[in-house]
Design a protein around this ligand. Sequence first.
Ligand code: F6P
Length: 319
Amino acid sequence: MKTIGVLTSGGDAPGMNAAVRAVVRTAIANGMTVKGIRRGYNGLMEDDIIDLGARDVSDIIQLGGTMLYSARSTRFKTEEGMADAIATCKKHGIEGIVVIGGDGSFRGARDLSLRGIPCVGIPATIDNDIASTEYTIGFDTAMNTVIQMVDRLRDTCDSHARCSVVEVMGRRAGHIALRTGISVGATAILVPEHNNTVDDVIEKIKATRKLGKKHFIVMVAEGVGGVDAMAKKIEEVTGIETRGTVLGHVQRGGSPTVRDRVIATQMGYEAVCLLKKGIGNRVVAYKLGKIENYDIYEALNMKKGFDEYMYNVADVTSI
Ligand code: F6P
């Protein structure tokens, strides 16, 4: 391959820039040229293409967001959208693409690979909900942002002997809620993988209050939701003043942590090594400290389990 493209797609994640940088520089080191595709698959369909040299990706490793911009595209799923994307590839001589994003982005990469443009996916989403990899770019940074915010909530919660019910991101998965819940000493953690209810939370609050606890943090994954109603019920039943807080998109921004910068760099490097060998329809993955790769079909059919052991650790240590 002489020319490859790189795009970021879906919800942005801190560390995407580090991955773009690694892709560009690994490709250049291997004698290839790189085209940056802006706004995800939308830019591919609409010919929003830029040249990327080694210096164009200087000073981005420390930046959150993505210099290539991102989007979720529905038109790309249609035959017309796909035809436009392939026309853009032909026009710019793009022979392979590195797609940085989540499962939805990988489905697009699979469809393009099937139509003769080999693609390699790099898992990036703050949710860490991609089954083929133990780790997705952005997860660590997002969690560090969450605990910084909740540590602040804890100060005010402590001063007023209140309960704080905090919603963190994760539409389909409770991985952020679980690990940040442990990190902030949450009394209870509600995740979509379990069907615990506000009544279970109230029982836990009552039990820990008997053991002398005076302020309480309840972590709730977005997929469970309803923090304000939950806060109201906790206050009604226990008499403890309770407030709901939705952290929202603040979790997606900020300078990536060491973990995100390093893994993004490794994954970017590996993705280009695959394309260089002409191998497409793969996703790179983090497994047991190493970067592996899988067929996209296989990867999309994998199921990610929830860490029950850690969920139990959280429960036992939060009395
Ligand atoms: O990228 C993942 C994520 O941040 C989820 O945690 C959240 O549910 C969703 O994206 C929010 O999407 P949007 O930015 O489109 O509102």
